[in-house]
Design a protein around this ligand. Structure first.
Ligand code: NA7
Length: 546
């Protein structure tokens, strides 16, 4: 069936879309998932570049909604690599019989709210139209890629690829001259994996990044048994945490302890691996002085690792606070610069001027390349939503409403766009958190909300402009307490020319955010207007809640 009438349309079949389908179907709703990709998996379907790996631990970056799933799935490593995440999501799609309601290779181009009918009309690139009471945007925060905007690319005679469109069949790298542009999380992972495979690798770095060692390793059977025996408690701790993983944050400000104690705390968390370093003290993201201590510690580690002092110096991030650009996690990234077949090119000092038929030309030199890899990032958080022409009441366009930055209530909904739900949208903890935990929280909230409407014979929910204004102000106010505002990052749109500079995620932590969302629901969806639809609301077969 290419077209049709449903209770809910879900756009996207990544972690969010799969779970939304499962929950909404559980309410007895008819649901169709429209997915642009040729398979399920979202981010993990597209990002198949060498070295692609999540930097949240696998046992936490996984669904908690099914105890059976939790118990039967075995993660092989501390941090899951892309192929394992793809297998997991494929397994989930099969295990919960989701595929029959997912339509692949279907890119949504527009969504229009028909006020008279109280329903959404959703159009696809192929010209099909779908019609639904509820529209759930599970479109992902990092899915519209930032295309390399370098002159001459069309004349490049080698192969070029963006990491987020890495072909399934791979790109031949062995023995070839490879150049990679970009040193964010992706560039750092890809460069580490490509070094040693390529004949020679040039890393074109504009801004050095802070990166912490992952300390990835296989998970032992004993560890797995221990985690599975206490999974519920682990999940509880994750929900009560700041970023959505079990953690034991330090309880003192870094500025209150002496240098030796600081060094010891940083060292312990450096050894622990992953993002742990940033929770060593309470003030690392609020005090410049405290942050500089952490930054200097990491710069020291780079200096110890990279043998050539001039190269080490160029790799050391300066001029912005650690953690205010997305912090990277790596497995041997800085070590690759000790190899004779890897060269760092500082394109801040000598900017890239053009792609030539044979390679890349900077202000100082021309580099002959067979393969050009762009790890240049994404139009984050708003990109995928605004790619779709979304029209609410009075034909108002979301693009126009968000011209000066995203405006949402709780990151879940936007005033003027009834029955449109956004999963982990701007204004929610989203990309600052363990995405799977945040996705489950949002989808549960949305499903409970739809159940609430169904039980009362209502079928229309809409954020009020007042509640939205207040929430937008709260998001900005909380961000203002941190050092985040000063950095150029994709969190605030600085990576996309012309994008409004607004700090997009809610940085109050997942526990506080959940408390707020639960409070809104408990108060009868405070800040939302709930009304009967022009047509009868979908009858619910079940109003089971979690
Ligand atoms: P990021 O974090 O946006 O990194 C993109 C990188 O590409 C970054 O180093 C940029 O340098 C660089 N870049 C972008 N355009 C150019 C041009 N024109 N010339 C030179 N260098 C350029 O994207 P990622 O894919 O690494 O990570 C995104 C998130 O995905 C990640 O944080 C995880 O959450 C998963 P800049 O810093 O702008 O100077």
């Amino acid at each position: 069936m290419a077209e049709g009438r449903y209770d809910a349309i879900v756009v996207g079949a990544g972690f969010a879309g799969l779970y939304a389908l499962h929950r909404l179907r559980g309410l007895g709703l008819s649901v169709r998932v429209l997915e642009a990709g040729g398979g399920v998996g979202g981010t993990w379907y597209w990002n198949r570049y060498p070295g692609a790996r999540c930097d949240i631990e696998s046992v936490d970056y996984s669904y908690s909604f099914s105890e059976e799933l939790e118990q039967e799935w075995t993660w092989s490593e501390r941090y899951p690599a892309q192929p394992e995440l793809q297998r997991y999501l494929d397994h989930v799609a099969d295990r919960f019989d989701l595929r029959r309601d997912i339509q692949l290779d279907t890119r949504v181009t527009d969504a229009r709210f028909d006020e008279a009918a109280g329903r959404w009309s959703i159009g696809t690139e192929d010209g099909d139209r779908f019609d639904a009471t509820y529209c759930v945007m599970a479109t992902g925060m990092l899915s519209v890629l930032k295309r390399p905007d370098l002159p001459g690319l069309d004349r490049f005679e080698g192969d070029w690829v963006h990491t987020a469109r890495w072909p399934a069949e791979g790109v031949p790298l062995a023995g070839r001259r490879v150049g990679i542009v970009g040193t964010g999380s992706t560039g750092i992972q890809a460069a580490t994996a490509i070094a040693g495979q390529a004949g020679h690798l040039h890393v074109f770095q504009r801004t050095p990044n802070f990166s912490l060692p992952a300390r990835n390793r296989p998970l032992t059977a004993a560890e797995e048994r221990g985690i599975k025996a206490a999974y519920a408690e682990r999940r509880r701790q994750a929900r009560a945490s700041f970023i959505g993983v079990p953690s034991s944050p330090g309880d003192q400000p870094a500025v209150d302890v002496d240098a030796a104690e600081r060094a010891q705390a940083f060292e312990a968390r450096w050894e622990q691996g992953g993002l742990a370093l940033m929770s060593a003290f309470t003030d690392l993201l609020t005090s410049r002085e405290a942050n500089e201590h952490a930054a200097e510690f990491v710069r020291g580690k780079i200096g110890e690792t990279v043998k050539n002092a001039a190269v080490a110096e160029r790799l050391m991030p300066r001029g912005y606070a650690i953690g205010t650009k997305r912090l990277c996690v790596d497995t041997g990234y800085f070590d690759i610069f000790n190899r004779a077949d890897v060269t760092l090119v500082d394109v801040r000092r000598t900017p890239i001027e053009a792609v030539t038929p044979r390679g890349l030309r900077t202000a100082e030199a021309e580099y002959d390349l067979d393969v050009l890899v762009f790890a240049t990032g994404f139009d984050a958080m708003t990109g995928a939503l605004l790619d779709i022409d979304i029209r609410g009441r009075g034909d108002a366009s979301l693009r126009a409403e968000w011209a000066d930055g995203p405006r949402t209530y709780l990151g879940l909904a936007a005033a003027g766009f009834p029955n449109l739900f956004i999963v982990t949208g701007p204004g929610s903890p989203s990309v600052l958190s363990n995405m799977v935990l945040s996705i489950e929280q949002h989808v549960d909230w949305i499903a409970d909300c739809i159940a609430h409407l169904g039980e009362r014979g209502l079928g229309c929910i809409e954020a009020t402009p007042e509640a939205q204004d207040a929430w937008v102000a709260t998001v900005a106010e909380v961000a203002g307490y941190t050092l985040h505002g000063a950095a150029d990052s994709w969190y605030n749109g600085a990576n996309i020319p012309g994008k409004p500079r607004v700090y997009m995620p809610f940085i109050g932590g997942v526990a506080e955010y959940r408390r707020i969302c639960d409070g809104v629901a408990a108060a009868g969806y405070e800040g939302f207007a709930l009304t009967a639809p022009p047509e009868p609301a979908p009858a619910l077969a079940s109003t089971t809640r979690r």
